[in-house]
Design a protein around this ligand. Sequence first.
Ligand SMILES: [Zn+2]
Length: 178
Amino acid sequence: MANLLNDLFWIIFPRLCAACGNALSTGEKVICTPCRYQLPATHAHANANNPVIKRFWGKTPVNAATSLLFYSKNSKVQQLIYNFKYYGYKEVGLEMGKMYGSQLKDTPSFMSADLIIPVPLHKNKRRLRGYNQSELFAEGLSVAMNIPCDFNSLVRSVATNTQTRKRRYNRGGLVSVD
Ligand SMILES: [Zn+2]
């Protein structure tokens, strides 16, 4: 029911910036132009030894890792994530995927990827939420980078506890969109 109401809200009032809430101008989509320039980009993809890949060091071999934005409480980034995760504004994920894909397509370690695979949601959670945010972000990346996306090869078989994931991903400003 909550999802349905949220979807209806965004159908009736779809022309507000998902980050700042200001009205979008003609030609602007989901995120207004000032926000697109002001959102705190990490530029981590341009740094091979960025803080994201350092988290994997000593745990698992990873060729490259990156993150789009810095997260902080009561920020535009938090508002974007809330709109995306909790208020049913699915286009946020698609648009942010496209935004980042347009940068990653010119970055050697990412442009050579064969396939984009979103982090799967457990089927119970997917049923509850109605969609998987990672798939929308992946779809945006796929469109902008012209790399195929595979939604079916990876399945989450265990319903991981939310708090566990928060502890794992949320420290130091990293946020998982799953
Ligand atoms: Zn804005």
